[in-house]
Write a new protein. Structure first.
Length: 160
């Protein structure tokens, strides 16, 4: 009999510990909507992490796909804007935490000149490329269209 890797046991344990208490609480009506949405997101993420791991793809891609599928662009499982904002903020905090865990200060210090150079040049280069792109738009006559699209985007973001 082939022995399963530890990964499969941990994935099964996560799913069982998430689903069984959630179903019991949901039946009683005691589960807040945010906790329910986070549980569904974690369950969907766990399923996609297992599939992506078997395909040899990174787990961060599985989390992104699970978020798109659970969100309003996918199956609309999580549709309350407040819950989406809270889950997004938690995801960002956890992502920064994982980056902090994997940060190697010796490697960071060895690449200090590259970091300083890219940090100093990032803003001026972006401004330069933006101005060049704007100049091309003006020269080709597309500037009016670009201004219209920008104005539409601003009114949409203000009204949202």
């Amino acid at each position: 009999m082939k022995k399963l890797p530890l990964f499969w046991y941990s994935a099964a344990a996560i799913i069982l510990f998430m689903v069984l208490p959630a179903q019991a609480m949901a039946g009683a009506g005691d589960l807040p909507p945010l906790v329910h949405d986070i549980g569904l997101g974690l369950l969907l993420s766990a399923v996609f992490v297992v599939v992506f791991h078997r395909l040899g793809l990174p787990s961060i891609a599985a989390f992104l796909v699970a978020g798109v599928i659970a969100g309003p662009l996918g199956l609309d499982i999580i549709s309350q804007k407040e819950n989406i904002d809270t889950i997004a903020q938690l995801g960002l905090v956890f992502l920064l935490f994982v980056i902090g865990l994997e940060l190697n200060f010796r490697k960071l210090l060895s690449t200090s000149t590259t970091l300083v150079l890219t940090g100093v040049l990032q803003v001026p280069l972006n401004v330069m490329f933006g101005m060049a792109f704007g100049g091309v738009l003006v020269l080709t006559g597309l500037a009016a269209s670009a201004i219209f699209v920008h104005a539409q985007a601003r009114t949409c973001s203000v009204n949202a």
